[in-house]
Design a protein around this ligand. Sequence first.
Ligand code: ZN
Length: 371
Amino acid sequence: MSAAAVVSASPTCLPRATVASFPVVLDVSKTPSPENVVDHAVLGAEHELFFSDPASPGSFFFLPHGTRIYNRLVQTMRDQYRKRGLQEVLTPNLFNMQLFETSGHADKYRERMFLLEIENQEFALKPMNCPGHCLMFKHRVHTYKELPLRFAEFGVLHRNEASDALIGLTRVRRFQQDGAHIFCRESQIKDEVIAFLELVRDVYGVFGLTFDLNLSTRPENYIGDEKTWEQAESALTEALNEFGKQWEKDEGEGAFYGPKIDISVSDAFNRKFQCATLQLDFQLPVRFGLSYSAEDESKTETPVMIHQAVLGSVERMFAILLEHYQGKWPFWLSPRQAIIFPVSEKSRSYSLKVRDQIHDAGYYVDIVETD
Ligand SMILES: [Zn+2]
C-alpha cells in the first residue's frame, strides 16, 4: 500500500490522524489507454521534481523532492547489492583517450563522447563504466578463488546526444546507471545469470512492473571462437530455463562481443520499455589483458566479463516510474510521506514536536501552515 498521512495536532485533545492511501499499482481498468498518460515532463514540473536549463541542455537539475526519489532508487539497488555480494566502487569521470583506444570506444563510439584537451592530451568524459572497471580488475593480481568479482557503480556518465534529439529524462546527455560488471569463469556464468534474473524480478516486482525476457544470440559479425560462443549461449539458455519464466530467442541479435539477455518492462499502461540488460563479453577482458591465476598457479586464465544493469539509466527509470505511477508514488518512494496541518496557532509547537518525531523516525514530513 502507499499512503500519505495527515496528522492534525492539537495540544488539548487527542491528535486526529487522517490517512489517504493509493494502491501500489494503478487501476489499469480506469486508465486503459496510453493516451491517458500524463507525460513525465509535465508531472515533473507540476510536482517540482526536476527541470532543465539552456545553460546545460540534456543535463537535469533535480529539486529536493526529485532528489529524494532519485536517491531512493539508487538506495534500492544498494540494498540489493549488499544482499547479493556486489561491491560498490567509485571510478573517475575523466579518462585519457588511450583508455578508450584500449576499450575500443575511441574507434566505435567517438562521436558520442565529449572530448576535451588537457595539457595537449586528449581526454573524454566516460560514456560507460566498463573500461574503468577493467582497470580496477587489473590493478592487482587475482586468483580464481576471488571470482566472481562483482563491481557496481552509479558513476556519472555523459553521452553526446544532438540537442534536437534530447527528450525529457528519457534521452539526456548526463545520467547515472546502476551498471555492474562481474568478472567470472565460464563455469560461473549460469549462476551469475540466474542471480541477475532474480534481482530483476525482485526489483521490478517492488515497482509493480512486469517484464519479458529475450536471448540474443551470435550475430554474423561475431568475434572470438565458435566454441566459446556455444558454451556461453548454452549457459544463458540453461539459466533462463532454470529461472522458469517464459523467454524468447532473437537469433543473430547478440552484440559482436557476446550474447545478451534483453529485458523489456511493461508499465501500468502496458507500454514496453527496454531497461535491464545482461551482456556477456569475451572481448574486453582480452583487450585489457585481464587474467587470474588458475588452480595450477603456473597457469593464468582470462575472465569472462558480464555487463549488467537493472534500472538502466536512473534518469530514464525515474521517467518511466513517474508515468507508471502518474505521480502517485508508493509510500516508500514518496518524497512527501506525511503532512501536518496545525489546527491553530496554539497547536503549532505541538505540531513541530510531532514533525520532529516523524522526521527522526526516518520519514519525509512537512508542516502546512494555513491561515
Ligand atoms: Zn559495461
